[in-house]
Design a protein around this ligand. Structure first.
Ligand code: ADP
Ligand code: MG
Length: 179
């Protein structure tokens, strides 16, 4: 099975370094071909846990494999970036979510597609729409853009900056090289 996946990426601990490093590992993977990359956005945490703002972005890849194989790969990347799951919705070095996988709708205990938070999170919707305006939510059957109007003003998002695929490819991770 193969498909076009939208992946959401976020970090609020050394966020620029962790995002660049994580995206680089995705792009370098032989099973992933980059189709599009969103800008990076600065966003407010969607959580009651006090923590720093996030950087978020999304990327669209052609993935040669199943959704589950993609989840396994993304979780290994989260772990490689020191992600620990101590506090739910707490600060994180790298969060990688499968937001969409083509028109796939699936419900397994540890893998729900589309991602269950997609339509409620401005930081996930905005970068996806930047890459593809007319996206339809395959489970809810409505344009993704419609859900933005239902999200409250407490979810803040602003453009951080554009990042080119070349900047990601040439990113040198000083921290991990030393280890
Ligand atoms: P969130 O990303 O919603 O803020 P977490 O990253 O802490 O929360 O959630 C991780 C859990 O979500 C994992 O155990 C994973 O199995 C599960 N999960 C379910 N569906 C997905 C999906 N589409 N993409 C990524 N993780 C998912
Ligand atoms: Mg996640």
């Amino acid at each position: 099975m193969a498909g076009v996946a939208f992946i959401g990426a976020g970090s609020n601990i050394d966020p620029l370094e962790n995002l660049l490093s994580g995206l680089k590992r995705i792009i370098e993977n032989e099973r992933a071909a980059l189709v599009a990359l969103s800008s990076f956005y600065r966003t407010s945490p969607v959580s009651d846990v006090a923590q720093d703002d996030y950087l978020n972005c999304a990327l669209k890849i052609a993935w040669r494999g199943t959704p589950r194989e993609l989840l396994t790969f993304l979780q290994a990347l989260e772990a490689a970036h020191g992600r620990t799951r101590t506090v739910k919705l707490g600060p994180r070095t790298l969060d990688l979510d499968i937001l969409l996988f083509g028109d796939t709708v699936m419900d397994e205990p540890d893998l729900i597609i589309p991602h269950p938070g997609l339509h409620e999170r401005r930081f996930a919707i905005v970068p996806c729409l930047e890459m593809e305006q007319g996206l339809i939510h395959p489970r809810l059957g409505r344009p993704l853009s419609e859900f933005l109007d239902r999200i409250g003003p407490e979810q803040k998002i602003e453009l951080f900056r554009r990042v080119s695929p070349g900047e990601i490819a040439s990113f040198q991770d000083k921290k991990r090289e030393k280890q």
